[in-house]
Design a protein around this ligand. Structure first.
Ligand code: URA
Length: 219
């Protein structure tokens, strides 16, 4: 029988849960990490965060939503106007399409799925996130990964893929294979907001979802 390490070798990535990049996390005597945040301290930190200029214009920080023990972690770009108002990621039109995408592979928001964004605060006018904002938010995303310990990450869109994989390769080249972030397998697909404007790419997004589901099945 294959061990999980065999599976990860087959996928060309390291064994899961050797998280190397959590600022502030402490190392116990046995070498294991203690999370820098609990859910309570993380929720409080995001709610009161002033680490970047977005604090001045956002209505509220949007940490994420869903099952805190999920196998699936979905990562988008940043809250938009609806998310900023309601305090939950992907609640607008793009969110409806995301829910439909999840349903197409038998998943449901909140049930073994956690949804978050690279940025926890809305960039004004929905402009692109800036590098200092991404850097300021990174500890929160890393803390979420450490707390959730997902089996697989689905990165939605160019911005999430680029900031997680530290690349500027086109989505067309990033999709179709399994990457890794913090030693968690990561699959890239199109952002639902993009798919709303580019219907033909829905077929490609479906292929990506199938790749993610196949990958999850062998983990
Ligand atoms: N787009 C995103 O990337 N995230 C959201 O939460 C909403 C729209």
């Amino acid at each position: 029988m294959l061990s999980s390490d065999d599976v990860f070798n087959e996928l060309g990535i390291g064994p899961v849960w050797r998280l190397r990049e959590t600022p502030g996390s402490s190392r116990a005597d046995d070498g294991s990490h203690a999370p820098a945040y609990t859910w309570d301290t993380l929720t409080d930190a995001v709610a009161h965060c002033t680490a970047c200029k977005l604090a001045a214009s956002r209505t509220q920080g949007v940490l994420g939503v869903g099952d805190r023990n999920a196998d699936w972690l979905i990562i988008g770009e940043a809250p938009g106007a609806d998310e900023d108002a309601q305090g939950e990621p992907f609640v607008g039109q793009a969110g409806k399409l995301l829910d439909a995408m999840l349903a197409s592979i038998g998943l449901k928001r909140g049930d073994n799925v956690y949804i978050t964004n690279v940025l926890k605060s809305r960039p004004p006018g929905n402009r692109n996130p800036e590098p200092d904002e991404v850097a300021a938010c990174r500890p929160y995303l890393l803390a979420q990964i450490e707390l959730i310990q997902p089996k697989l990450i689905l990165a939605l869109g160019r911005f999430a893929a680029h900031s997680l994989l530290d690349t500027d390769e086109a989505i067309a080249r990033l999709r179709g294979r399994v990457h890794s972030f913090c030693n968690v397998p990561l699959v890239v697909t199109y952002h639902p907001a993009y798919l709303l404007r580019n219907l033909p790419d829905k077929a490609r997004a479906w292929e990506d979802l199938c790749l993610a589901r196949r990958t999850m099945q062998i983990l």
